[in-house]
Design a protein around this ligand. Structure first.
Ligand SMILES: [Zn+2]
Length: 276
């Protein structure tokens, strides 16, 4: 799916696709480097080294932030391919059929976009390593998308305001059971993740996902958040979002009026303004 010219997809390779023959990015020149946990392939030595160093830094940071500990070394190093192309940027994380090796591809318009794309994808590899390939799509994207750049976040914030103002909420039972592919599902995934993390912290959210994986969402919600069911979560999330959106609208109205007042006074020395 496309978000402001960028794309992120993660998934499991179908058995029919040969893991070894996967080569989704064509590079003009090929330079590779190896770090403790990754093999990085890029079109220049400097880029391969820089991406490798960043990938290690992000793996460490994301694991500490969400798991409170470092991840064990993987059985197999992950592969990261980076390339530059004009047009929409995109990034993908694949997990092999056995569920142990990760393959990240990043195709960006320019180097300024690499960092956020890389951190998003590294978050996927950390979650897939810690929780296994059955980690639900919505939570995988909900966590990884928190590392997106400002432009992606702004698009989702706009979509969330649309849910609240048009009363056009997506159904959570549908979100929890579907792949995350469309803008509404990215928006809802991040919003629900934020809502639950705000309520109980990151460690509790990971514990909730582990319980949900074995005992279902209703049991996990009761145990970790004192919420009776997915339906009640939906109601609480709607109410919370409406309040946040109303508060932001009020703040925006106030700051706009302050701005108008200053402009008027600076511009033509009139006393008073539209904001008074
Ligand atoms: Zn993603």
């Amino acid at each position: 799916m496309h978000i402001d010219g960028s794309q992120c997809v993660w998934g499991r390779l179908a058995a029919l696709v040969s893991w070894c023959s996967l080569s989704p990015v064509v590079l003009a020149g090929v330079y590779s480097t190896e770090t403790s946990h990754f093999k990085v392939v890029a079109s220049s030595r400097a880029m391969a080294d820089e991406v490798g160093a960043k990938a290690e830094e992000f793996r460490h940071e994301v694991a500490r932030e969400w798991l409170g500990e470092q991840l064990a070394d993987p059985a197999e190093k992950g592969v990261i391919q980076v390339a530059f192309e004009p047009g929409p940027s995109r990034a993908t994380t694949w997990v092999d059929p056995v569920g142990t090796a990760h393959h990240v591809t990043i195709v960006a318009r320019d180097s300024s976009l690499i960092e956020a794309l890389l951190k998003h994808e590294i978050a996927h590899t950390v979650l897939l390593t810690a929780l296994g390939p059955t980690v639900p799509d919505w939570a995988n994207e909900g966590i990884a998308s928190r590392y997106d750049n400002r432009s992606r976040q702004t698009i989702r914030e706009r979509k969330l305001r649309e849910f609240a103002s048009l009363n056009s909420w997506p159904r959570l039972d549908k979100l929890f059971a579907s792949p995350v592919e469309a803008q509404w599902s990215y928006t809802a995934s991040v919003a629900i993740t934020d809502f639950l993390v705000e309520r109980g912290g990151k460690g509790e959210f990971i514990a909730f996902l582990r319980t949900a994986g074995t005992q279902g969402y209703d049991t996990a919600l009761r145990r970790h958040y004192d919420i009776d069911s997915v339906s009640q979560l939906e109601e609480l999330w709607h109410r919370h979002t409406r309040l946040v959106v109303a508060q932001k609208n009020q703040d925006a109205f106030r700051s706009e009026h302050v701005l108008v007042r200053y402009r008027t006074r600076d511009g033509d020395s009139r006393v008073g303004s539209a904001g008074d």
